[in-house]
Structure formats: structure tokens, C-alpha cells
Design a binder for this molecule. Sequence first.
Ligand code: ACO
Length: 362
Amino acid sequence: MSEWTDGLEGVVAARTVLSEVDGEAGRLLIRGYSLDDLAGRRSFEQVTAILWAGFFDDLPGDIATVLGRARREVFSEIVALDAPLAAHGPIEAMRALTARLSDGDDLATALRLVAAPAVFTAAALRVRAGAAPIAPDPALGHAADILRMIRGVPASPAEARALDAYLVTVIDHGLNASTFAARVVASTRAGLTSAVLAGLSALKGPLHGGAPGPVIEMLDGVGAPGNARAWLEAAVDRGDRLMGFGHRVYRVRDPRADALKAVTRELADAAGSSLGRLALAEAVEAAALAILAERKPGRSLATNVELYTALLLEALAFPPSAFTCVFAMGRVAGWIAHAREQVAGGRLIRPQSVYVGPRLAA
Ligand code: ACO
């Protein structure tokens, strides 16, 4: 065996009924639905049920009720959330609390795992700010309850709708790095909690779900639309990667970028707030695309999901340190579906490596 593909680019490692990423056309299909038919049209709970159909025998039609109950169940784990754990940062604190959940493979475990990033992130943010965690309200929709648990007061319907559309937009996306990590762990027949922990750990890195926090640093660094070209050129000259641009599969604009830009605009309109930050992001986007086309010709580096994720989550008043946690709140439903699919029809994932080290003399 001597063939080797850097980063497994182009390697097909799973067959899935869950989602299809068409990198040439810039299209995302989730269980046969286009993203446009789901985001803003069906709730996160409804799309989770669509994604999980066929993977749990006892899946009820109404996931909202059982997910609300699961949020209340996992809230008991926050007794372990002390100040040193909260000081680690929201993603580490949330991951550590998630690791306390039992490692089953049933629907109850799956629901608790979807509840976990929402409930634990909210609690971690509050403890970090010196405030007491707020218990979930099982009667609320998932998105509305997330915002309430963080803020202590109910979110506006427009804000809850915007977060709900975001969670649906990122729910699943082919065999991205975190989903692959979750499938590898599931292929060993470890439980769903182990698979989700693998997904969380892979998501955290800045080349994957850790990008939107640095997007805010980039926008703050640029400061005003007129500075975009010079600031971004200097960054590329230093060898930095421009966060929110480039993708392993998309050769054109990521369709999720437009979906989230529209949601951000609607949110600003509903709140009657200024679109100044959106104008800055648009200027950064135009300059970045021009610079990347000049400096990396032939790469087709386009806008990915993270530029407008950052803008939307900032508009919803999430701190940048929690952006990856919010991504996980949506993607966790996809990891679970992939883990179940892997166990149902896949073999142990065990690729090979090419040895390039020294050999003992004969
Ligand atoms: N800014 C500057 N240069 C870039 C960027 C970028 N955003 N993206 C790729 N490149 C350059 C690389 O430096 C490399 O150049 P070189 O060969 O001269 O060293 C080349 O383009 C590699 O391009 P690809 O093969 O297309 O990149 P790859 O598939 O390995 O990486 C990735 C994809 C990680 C997303 C990359 O584009 C990147 O780092 N983007 C910035 C981080 C980011 O936005 N991450 C979120 C991705 S979306 C998600 O995971 C949810």
C-alpha cells in the first residue's frame, strides 16, 4: 500500500443518506431537502427529527417535548461546574460536563447529548460572569430557551427565530472533520457520548468550527470598510489564513453564507438596528475574495459559513468565546445521526499509513 492523499482530500470514506455537499454547484441537501427549504421554515427540533428518522425505533413525532425534558435532566450535571472549570472557557467546560453523561446508544442518550451543549454552555457563561445558572424551561423551543438560559430574560421572537435558523443551517454537512471524527469513534462501537466528544474536540480547532471567533478579531482589526484591502493584504503577506474563507469541498460560495447573511439582515431589520457591521463584513468579503484570487490563483477560495456566522452570533449577543459552542448546539444532531448510521451499516474505520521512517539494516 503506497498511495497517500494529504488530508484525505477526495477520499470517499462513508455512504450516507444524511446530507450531500455539492462543492461545484454550491448546494447543500439534507435528507433530500435543500437548505432553503429547511432554515427558517422548520424548527431545529423538526429538522433533528427529519435527520434521525429511521435511526431510532422509538422516535416520537414531537421532539420538542422530549428535548425540553432532556434539557431539564442534564441541568443536574452542572453541580460539577465550579469556578476553575468555568475559567477554562465555555467549550472546555461544556465538553467536560458532556463527558459526565452516560455513554449509551439509545434515544434518551441522544436527546441528552443534544441538550448538553445548550444547557452547559449557558451555565458556563453565567458562572464565568459570576451569575447563577438558570434552569431550562422545557415548555420553550430549544433556541428560545438557549437565549433565556444565557441572558436570564426571554429573547424576542425574532432573536429566537434567528438562532433557530442558524442551528438548522449548521445541523449537518457531509463528512466534515468533526463528523468524520464522530464516525470513527462510533465505528469502534463506543457509545454516542464518546462519538459526540470526538466531534466536539475536532470542531474546536480554528480550521473548522473555531473560525468565527477569530472572524470578529479580523473585523475589529479592519475597523472600517476603507481599511479592508490594506489590512487583509498585510495578513496574507504574513502567511495568515483569512478566517471565514476557503473550504475543502466548496469551490464556489458556501450556500450557508447567504442563508446566514439573510438571517442577520432580518434580525437587524426587526430590531431596527444599524447594519454598519454588515457593511463592514461585506467590504471585508469583497477585499478578501479579490486578494485570495490574486495570491492563490487556481484555488477558488470563496466565502465559507463562518464569516456570517460570526456576524449573526455577535448580533445575538453571544460572546466570541462561545461561538464554537453554538455551532456544536446545532451540529450535535448531525454527529448523532452519523454515529447511528455508521453503527447500522459501517465497518470499523481503520485506514493505513505509509511508513517513511528509517529501516533497520539487514
Ligand atoms: N486564507 C489564506 N490562504 C488560504 C485560505 C485562507 N482562508 N484558505 C486556504 N488558503 C491557502 C493555504 O494557505 C494554502 O496555500 P499554499 O498551498 O500556498 O500553502 C492553500 O490555500 C490550501 O488551499 P486548500 O487546499 O483549498 O485548503 P484546505 O482544504 O487544506 O483547507 C480550510 C480548507 C482549512 C477551510 C482553509 O481554507 C482555511 O484554513 N480557511 C480559514 C479557516 C476557516 O475559515 N475555517 C472554517 C472552515 S468552514 C467549517 O469548517 C465549518
